[in-house]
Design a protein around this ligand. Structure first.
Ligand code: PRP
Length: 186
């Protein structure tokens, strides 16, 4: 099945990054992480659901032991996805005391989710908290979030694929692509 076509229409405007480009960039980020965290244990914290693909490929690009844990969060209320008020749907299993936490994200859009998450995780007594994200939208940022590892800065468009969804679809598209406006305006 061609995931770029649903019900016969072309739903993808433009491929932003191919799977190969994504994997190459994640390998570069992993090399930086290996140097920065030499001699330290890393706990990778993936934010469900979008970060699943990034976590899988970034973790496997790291030539060292890492632990992985997951959180699921959601903005309060409906229709205001990026309200900045977040509730925890699934918390970590891991005690963060003294841990070097590296949050793994697919995308930073307004930055509101990450801003809240960093404050939350820092309150649990970790040794450090940093962020690695595959994508960031500089033009959409509402909060100044200090992101240590960024894969690509992208335009302020609706992107899907490689974990990113529209109405829970397209997460399994291998590339990152811009969704055609007709999909969400029709
Ligand atoms: C996405 C993404 C981040 C958040 C970023 O998750 O994974 O967690 O939005 O947005 P922000 O910078 O504007 O706060 P989403 O809420 O779409 O959930 P999902 O990962 O389950 O798709």
């Amino acid at each position: 099945m061609d995931l770029t076509h649903v019900e016969g229409d072309l739903d993808i405007d433009q491929t932003l990054y191919t799977e190969e480009q994504i994997l190459a960039r994640l390998r570069e980020m992993a090399a930086e992480i290996e140097v920065d965290y030499e001699g330290k244990d890393i706990l990778l914290v993936g934010v469900l659901k979008g970060a699943v693909m990034v976590m899988a490929d970034l973790a496997r690009s790291l030539d060292r032991h890492v632990e992985m844990d997951w959180m699921a969060v959601s903005s309060y209320g409906s229709g205001t996805k990026s309200s900045g008020v977040v509730r925890i749907l699934k918390d970590l299993d891991t005690d963060l005391t003294g841990r070097h936490v590296l949050i793994v994200e697919d995308i930073i859009d307004t930055g509101l989710t990450l801003s809240w998450l960093i404050t939350n995780l820092k309150s649990r007594g970790p040794a450090s908290v940093e962020i690695a994200t595959l994508l960031r939208k500089p033009d959409a940022l509402q909060m100044d979030v200090d992101v240590r590892y960024v894969g690509f800065d992208i335009p302020n468009a609706f992107v899907v694929g490689y974990g990113l969804d529209y109405a829970e679809k397209y997460r399994n598209l291998r590339d990152v692509a811009i969704l055609s406006p007709h999909v969400y305006t029709d």
